[in-house]
Design a protein around this ligand. Structure first.
Ligand code: FES
Length: 562
């Protein structure tokens, strides 16, 4: 334990310890400090990650707690992934961040670690790393932004970024209004404040038992978050003393709790991929059908955008994720262990019954929607499954048969979407190919295909869209995502042609391409995989090893059983 753990290989361990103490003292540390257990604080602050701009202050609060409890806090950086600042997509780098984090936890003399994450891919990357490194760990998520305001309207990033952009494209919002909105949509520190991927993953971190109760929803700028960070600093020392590790917390039961919470909050589709990847690090299978089964028996309890009306600060006021879990308690595994050192049930006992915000968190008897937010469909177009956020789609499309309008790539989509000669009607189904893990590559959030301008101008605001891409958790609409296997590896999506008929039957969880098997065979014989955009470096590693969406898009050699 302590600074003498995992010595550098010089062939003389006493010398290795001596030289480590020498260099530790160069930081001003004393013999008293060096007797303490070492707590790494993994700080992903970066000026290229706006969602983490307050992390230096959060890290200081964690340090205070670690010192108070008798530990030695040592802060270190890793890669940080700012969703909006990465090209071609942050998802290409989630596994790189997971590797960086895992290896730094393992290579450095840490007895425990506090992980600071927030923006979309950072939290899953850190949880994947925590699962594999498996030393005592607490996550402190960064918290959501406060709401923005414009002409009396409450704004939520980035649901409203997308909504206003759609209105701008439709011609109903001026350039000048758009510029004003630029300064209003993200008014404070923190991650997106609707139930996008960041808020979802923060909520699921709490549901998994990997952060202190209440952590997910407290807005980033509030002092309450700093107090929770300080408490997390004290608690990590307690976890080290009791040797409680992530593998004891992230059990099959904990994942089921997380899936229940995902459904109850109308959370992001991206969470399906991330939970499968985190569980994969621990050798826990999470088939997509399990998500669907739990969704069918878990109602939507939180009225939050993009599926509902409220924002994360309302959820915080209503009691946050502990209040949601309190309502869900009859459906949860209450004996699951958490980073408090207590079980979910014990944590919830300490939580007040209700804060009287029934308009934000409903009861099990009177939920906002009878089934969970997400559904899994399968069929001839998606043999390994596809994901739909049913809570955010238009009911008229629950069962729909339409003519496919196919775009062969993201570039093809960009080139033709606003072509006045594009033949498309509101009943048609837009299909995007080659935007999956291998195809794009990196499975970007291109699944929320823009509605063609000519349809927008006719007043159309939703249309069925199908792809092997992902969608931002802040987006909404009738969008079928994560079609697996993807087009670029020869999945049936690659064989769809404009004019084919597709049937989406959500009640029966079906997604079918209504083309004869003989015709599909002929098309398959002619099919060629797209060119690989990377021949070297990390891009090459990614293409060679990334798993398909239904397997979590981790690298095959990083799972528990490679
Ligand atoms: Fe970071 Fe939305 S851009 S959470």
């Amino acid at each position: 334990m302590g600074i003498g753990k995992g010595l550098t290989s010089y062939g003389d361990s006493e010398f290795s310890l001596f030289i480590r103490r020498v260099f530790s003292k160069s930081m001003g540390l004393t013999d008293t400090d060096l007797q303490r257990p070492v707590v790494g604080i993994c700080n992903t602050w970066s000026e290229l990650n706006s969602c983490h701009r307050h992390f230096r202050e959060v890290a200081e609060a964690v340090k205070r707690g670690v010192w108070q409890a008798g530990g030695l806090p040592l802060e270190f950086p890793t890669i940080s992934l700012g969703e909006i600042f990465l090209s071609p997509t942050s998802m290409l780098y989630r596994n790189l961040m997971a590797m960086d984090t895992e290896e730094m936890i393992r290579a450095q003399p840490l007895d425990g670690v506090v992980l600071l994450g927030g923006c979309d891919k950072t939290v899953p990357a850190q949880l994947m790393a925590a699962a594999s490194a498996n030393i005592p760990t607490i996550m402190v998520t960064g918290g959501p932004m406060l709401s923005g305001y414009y002409q009396g309207d409450r704004l939520g990033a980035c649901t409203d970024c997308r909504r206003f952009w759609m209105e701008y494209r439709a011609g109903s919002l001026s350039e000048e209004e758009l510029r004003i909105l630029e300064g209003a949509l993200c008014p404070s520190a923190g991650h997106c404040m609707v139930m996008g991927t960041a808020s979802t993953m923060a909520s699921l971190t709490e549901a998994l038992g990997m952060s202190l109760p209440g952590c997910a929803a407290i807005p980033a700028p509030l002092s309450e978050r700093l107090r929770l960070a300080e408490e997390s600093g004290r608690q990590i020392v307690a976890l080290i003393e009791r040797d409680i590790r992530p593998a004891q917390i992230m059990t099959p039961e904990a994942f089921e709790n997380a899936i229940r919470v995902l459904m109850a909050i109308g959370g992001s589709t991206n969470a399906v991929i991330h939970l499968v990847a985190i569980a994969g690090r621990l050798g826990i299978p999470l088939p997509l059908d399990r998500f669907d089964a739990l969704s069918r028996e878990t109602p939507v309890l939180v009225d939050i955008r993009p599926s509902g009306r409220f924002h994360m600060e309302d959820l915080a006021e209503a009691g946050g994720i502990p209040a949601v879990m309190k309502v869900l308690a009859p459906l949860l595994h209450l004996q699951a262990l958490t980073v408090t050192g207590k079980t979910v049930g014990e944590n919830l006992q300490a939580f007040p019954v209700s804060r009287g915000r029934e308009e934000v968190i409903a009861s099990l008897e009177k939920p906002f929607q009878p089934e969970g937010g997400l559904a899994i469909v399968r069929g001839t177009l998606a043999p390994e499954g596809a994901v739909i956020k049913q809570s955010a789609m238009s009911p008229q499309f629950f069962h729909h048969r339409g003519r496919a309008v196919v775009f062969s790539s993201i570039a093809d989509l960009a080139a033709r979407i606003d072509d006045p000669n594009l033949e498309i009607g509101p009943e048609d189904i837009m299909v995007l190919q080659n935007a999956g893990p291998v195809g794009a590559p990196g499975m970007p959030e291109a699944g929320f295909l823009p509605i063609p301008k000519k349809l927008l101008q006719q007043g159309v605001r939703d249309i069925i869209r199908i792809s092997d891409a992902r969608m931002s958790g802040t987006a909404f609409g009738s969008v079928v995502l994560h079609v697996s296997p993807e087009a670029a590896v020869g999945g049936p999506l690659a064989l769809v042609q404009t004019g084919d008929e597709i049937e989406l039957d959500l009640p029966h969880r079906r997604l079918d391409l209504l083309v004869s098997e003989a015709e599909l065979q002929a098309r398959r014989a002619r099919w060629k995989p797209p060119e690989r955009p990377y021949q070297r470096g990390y891009g090459r590693l990614f293409l060679d090893h990334v798993l398909q969406a239904h397997q979590g898009c981790d690298f095959d050699f990083l799972t528990a059983h490679p």
